[in-house]
Write a protein that binds this ligand. Sequence first.
Ligand code: E4P
Length: 222
Amino acid sequence: MKLFIDSANVADIKKAYKVGVLSGVTTNPSLVAKEGVKFEDRIEEILKLVPKVESVSAEVTPDAITAEEMIAQAEELIKINNYDKNITIKLPMTLDGLEACRYLADKGIKTNVTLIFTVNQALLAARAGATYVSPFLGRLDDISEDGVQLVVKIAELFRIHNLDAQIIAASVRHPDHVTRVAMAGAHIATVPFSIIEQISKHPLTDQGLEKFAADWKKAVKS
Ligand code: E4P
């Protein structure tokens, strides 16, 4: 399973990229709004920061409601960074979003259909030519449903019917989500930097390092 960072924060994206584990970036209107910067400028900045990743998702803004409005925004976004192949247009899971998805997919533009909460929505997005589909685990858990089970089912559906959209497990809230979606067959998990940090750590790793350091110090002294 590949890892994307779910962030529009330059410092966090830089840190994750430097570690060398990053295959992509996802953003959404809330994440960009939190940064207090102009949307297109931040996307351009991110594209430059992570030249070697497969995808940087830029979501059409909430005021694009019709397929035509979404396509018009997408056409502006793909001009950023000279039609960089990494740019992925993130579209909402609505009928208009699907229509825009089909149009962009037919033009060879990468798409990510977001806010997926059912297997049927994932099926529709895959059939509309989405490169990526993003089921939101944490938000399902928040309403007492099992987000990981949704990923299990979508992965099975895509296997049975040879659908080649990649599953981005999104709204990932803790390390156990990461393990479980990896085992469920998600192609990608998009996570905040805090989770990359968390999953790098174990108390026995820290204890082991302390012991190595203490033994080394003793040996050097003697
Ligand atoms: C994914 O693409 C979304 O940006 C994100 O994972 C949403 O997560 P949240 O439910 O924690 O806001």
